[in-house]
Structures are given as structure tokens and as C-alpha cells.
Design a protein. Structure first.
Length: 515
């Protein structure tokens, strides 16, 4: 058995144990403790691939807790010609594609009413989100309440005032699963921005909104959702003049004979996996051709990864929203790996710039639409990637032809095309009523794409303090020690003597509070 498969199965045991703990406290009507372990289970599955992309036991348990606590009063729904859309987000950020999807939906769908509700009351909101809401005459709402149950009740109450709720939630966010556990009323859609990984909420999802259709078939299996629709990432048409190109290059000190390569993404997306090392490969290419200059936007120069790959023609730029100067100046966009940033390269390709995609890309890193007029080309291996990139550096005519191909494909991402897709989504709503679905237990998914996801995620310990395990039953404590999962769920270590004390004496110190 491959070591990756063994580790994935070990992760599943640890996850199952955390859900067992949540079940134990739910049966004792200690809901705060039950929710604590529900959160730890969701955290663990989010950051450690456990062999699944949706999991039913946790969803059912959260539904039970939610149905006990969050049944909302029914308020009258506003009536009008416009659809009322409530967007929900766990967090919003100044940079990154996740928040841009929310902004673009609100901005490009001005014919309907949009509000945004956030889980975190104190969190600052980027100016571009408040501007989009102001333009659409929408509201920014915050969930009231101190506890998850109070916030879930508020969210459940809000739901019935809208025609559809669209979740842009983080994978480990419990609130939607708690709030929308009751059948009936407004349908719930999930924007599948985390389509490559596990997320919580498949049981409450009435329609899954996919940003790429090459994952629709896998998601029917992985998420057990029957109703899916396509809503590509919207990319506004942009024009770039010769003067704009020259001015941007002057601002970045790029000479006329230089070939500027650009990549955009957060540092974790470039962390090497085995022999797949983006910066090692780029530095090798830069050594071979002095015309090439590489800019990587999204990684500050003083970070560890930037210091590890210094090169006189490799420039690191801290995360910024001011990307136009880099997009305009570049000649070739180079997709980072081992993990792609789709929105980043689509916005550059829309300008008619060629894209050098990663080699041997697994399904989770392929952005493809069936309706593209030209097939998307991914190099089969590193050698082909090197040849293709070298050719783009050396031959302006090749850059122009490939850039035109990208631009033709990107027409499907224009606002007018996007609006047709979103209309198709809205047309599904009248026949949908919200319904909680019990997910079937599936065998583990262990193909090469799944193994790649496991390797992309460094080991993550959910950091439970041992004190929070003192109140477990003797059987659960025995199970914890027998499986050996303490090393991945707790920050504390136990030798044999500690283990015996934990088994036979720790219950005396167990308290009602969580620390």
C-alpha cells in the first residue's frame, strides 16, 4: 500500500474520532462541547485530506443541533420584480479570487437586488466590496449574537427574506450547516470556489454553482449534489494600447528587448511538492535566456520562499490590488504550481497575452470550459513545459498567435456571456425548495488527483488541549490511545505514565468549559 494511502486512511480515523467526540457530547446534551468537536472535525478535514470531499455524519449531527436551536420565525418575503439575492461569506479579503467572485456577481447583476452578510462582525471589509454594494443599493449585514447558535438563528431568519441564498463560505464554517438544517423555504446555492477540496455544507446545498464544467461530473460523485449549474469566472473585457504597454514597462524598468514573464499568487501556492518546484524551474530557465525577466506578484521579497530563490532577473512583489501595471507590461503569463490561481491568469489572458500553463496538471488544477472554441493546452511533462516556454520567449509571432487564441476563449467570460449563465442559474430556482439531504457513506477517493491533493496539504494539527479530552468516556479515551491519533489532533504529548493517568484519573478534573 502506498504511504500516501496509509496516511489518508489515518487521517480518516482521526476525523472519525473527532466526530465520535461530538456525537458523545450531543447525546449528553452538552451542545457547546459538541460544537467544539464539530469545529475541530471540520478544521481537520479542511486541511488534511481524509479521502472524501463531503461527509455525512458531521452534516447530520449539525442538522440535529440546528433543528433543536435555530427554527426561525417566518417573516414576509419582499415582493418585487427584482430577485433578492443574499450572499453569505465567512471572511472577505482585500486580495484573492474568492472575494472578487462576490464583487463581480454584485456588480455584473445590477438587474437584481444583492445584500452581503458576514459571519465575523468585527472584520474589516475591503473598499471594493462596500463600493459594489453601494452601486447596487445593497446592504452589508453582520450576524448578530455571540454564540454560533445565536448567529445561526439570525442567518436562518434572514434566509426567508430572499429568493436565494448564495454561500461563499469557508470549507470549515459550521454556521450555514446549522442555520439551514430545516427543510422548506428559500433554496440555498453554494458557490464552489473551493472545488478542489473538502467543504462542509453539501447536505444543505440545493444547487451547486461551478466555476468550471470539467468538475461537474466528479462533483456529482464527490458532493452527492444532483442540481449543478455553470457560472464561469467573469472577466471584464480590457483593451491595451501600445502606449499603455510601453508606459507600464517603463514604470517597471523593463527594456524593449526584455521579455517579461508574470505569475500571480499567494506564496502557499508555490510551495514545492517533491520534484515539482516552480522557482527552481523558473531560475533554470532564466539562466538559459538573458532576455527573460520574471515578476511574481503575491509574495513579499522578505519572505522565506523569496529569500530561498534569489535571482537577478526574478522580482518578488508583495500582495497588492494594483495589478494593472504588471498585467499590461507582461509578455507571457506563467501559471504557478503546484497550485494554480485561475482568476489571476484569466485576467491576463483577457488582454490577449499567452499563458504558459503548468505541466502534467491534475484535474484539480485544470480550468477548462466545454464551450471554449479552442482546447486548453497543458504540457505533458517538464521537458515540454521548458520547450514551450522557451519558444514563447524567443518568438514574438508565437506569443501573438497564442495570445489571440486565449482571447477568443476568454470571450466566454465577458460580462454579457456571464449574464446569460447567471440567468440560467436563476431559472432553476422556481422549481427548487430547500431540503436537507443525508449523504451516503462512500468509499474513499484515492486516485492520482486525490493523492495530489493530499500532497499539497502539509500536516495540520487542530491543536486540542488535553484538558478538553478529560470528559470523554473511557471507551473513547481507549480508542484515542489505540489509534495513535493524538499526534495529529492535540498539541500535547503523552508518555506511558501520562496515558495511564489520562485513562483512569483525568475524568476527575473534567469541567464544563472549553479551553
Amino acid at each position: 500500500m502506498r504511504k500516501e494511502v496509509r496516511q489518508i486512511r489515518f487521517h480518516r480515523k482521526a476525523y472519525d474520532f473527532l466526530v465520535d467526540c461530538a456525537d458523545y457530547y450531543y447525546a449528553k446534551d452538552l451542545l457547546d462541547k459538541a460544537l467544539f468537536f464539530c469545529q475541530k472535525a471540520a478544521d481537520f478535514a479542511t486541511f488534511n485530506y481524509c479521502g472524501f470531499y463531503a461527509e455525512g455524519r458531521l452534516e447530520v449531527l449539525l442538522a440535529k443541533i440546528g433543528n433543536c436551536q435555530t427554527q426561525p420565525d417566518r417573516l414576509p418575503k419582499a415582493v418585487g420584480e427584482k430577485l433578492r439575492v443574499l450572499h453569505y461569506a465567512t471572511h472577505v479579503y482585500a486580495v484573492g479570487g474568492h472575494t472578487r467572485l462576490i464583487e463581480n456577481w454584485i456588480t455584473n447583476d445590477a438587474g437584481n437586488h444583492h445584500d452581503l452578510v458576514l459571519a465575523n462582525y468585527a472584520e474589516p471589509v475591503p473598499d471594493f466590496i462596500t463600493a459594489a454594494l453601494a452601486l447596487a443599493q445593497g446592504q452589508l449585514l453582520r450576524l448578530a449574537g455571540e454564540s454560533p447558535m445565536e448567529q445561526a438563528r439570525h442567518l436562518a431568519l434572514l434566509k426567508e427574506q430572499y429568493d436565494v441564498v448564495v454561500l461563499h463560505h469557508h470549507p470549515n464554517d459550521l454556521l450555514p450547516a446549522l442555520a439551514f438544517s430545516a427543510d422548506g423555504g428559500t433554496p440555498v446555492a453554494v458557490m464552489n470556489h473551493g472545488d478542489h477540496r473538502y467543504w462542509l455544507g453539501a447536505g444543505i446545498c440545493d444547487v451547486l454553482v461551478e466555476i468550471r464544467d470539467n468538475l461537474i461530473a466528479p462533483d456529482r460523485l464527490h458532493r452527492q449534489v444532483d442540481e449543478l449549474c455553470l457560472l464561469p469566472i467573469p472577466v471584464a473585457a480590457r483593451s491595451l494600447t501600445t502606449q499603455g504597454y510601453a508606459a507600464s514597462r517603463l514604470a517597471l524598468d523593463i527594456k524593449e528587448e526584455d521579455v517579461m514573464l508574470l505569475s500571480i499568487g499567494a506564496s502557499y501556492k508555490y510551495e514545492p511538492i517533491d520534484d515539482r518546484n516552480f522557482f527552481l524551474d523558473i531560475c533554470s530557465m532564466l539562466d538559459q535566456d538573458e532576455r527573460a525577466k520574471m515578476f511574481v506578484v503575491g509574495i513579499a521579497p522578505d519572505t522565506e520562499i523569496a529569500r530561498a530563490y534569489r535571482h537577478p532577473r526574478l522580482t518578488f512583489v508583495a500582495p497588492t490590488r494594483e495589478l494593472d501595471v504588471y498585467r499590461n507590461a507582461c509578455d507571457v503569463y506563467v501559471e504557478g504550481y503546484p497550485f494554480s490561481s485561475f482568476t489571476a491568469y484569466l485576467e491576463v489572458a483577457r488582454l490577449g497575452k499567452p499563458v504558459q500553463r503548468m505541466y502534467n496538471a491534475p484535474l484539480l488544477n485544470r480550468y477548462e470550459l466545454t464551450d471554449y472554441p479552442n482546447p486548453v493546452q497543458y504540457p505533458t511533462d517538464l521537458a515540454q513545459w521548458q520547450r514551450d516556454l522557451q519558444r514563447l520567449v524567443e518568438e514574438p509571432d508565437v506569443r501573438e498567435v497564442q495570445g489571440q487564441t486565449e482571447q477568443r476563449n476568454l470571450a466566454l467570460h465577458d460580462v454579457s456571456s456571464w449574464q446569460a449563465y447567471v440567468s440560467d442559474f436563476y431559472n432553476t430556482l422556481p422549481r427548487l425548495t430547500h431540503q436537507f439531504k443525508r449523504l451516503k457513506k462512500e468509499k474513499s477517493f484515492l486516485n492520482e488527483n486525490d493523492i495530489y491533493l493530499y500532497r499539497m496539504q502539509p500536516a495540520f494539527n487542530v491543536g486540542i488541549i488535553l484538558y478538553n479530552l478529560y470528559g470523554l468516556s473511557f471507551n473513547l479515551k481507549c480508542k484515542l490511545l489505540a489509534m495513535g491519533v493524538i499526534e495529529v489532533i492535540s498539541i500535547d504529548e503523552m508518555d506511558f505514565k501520562d496515558s495511564m493517568w489520562f485513562l483512569f484519573k483525568s475524568a476527575k478534573l473534567a469541567g464544563d468549559r472549553i479551553v
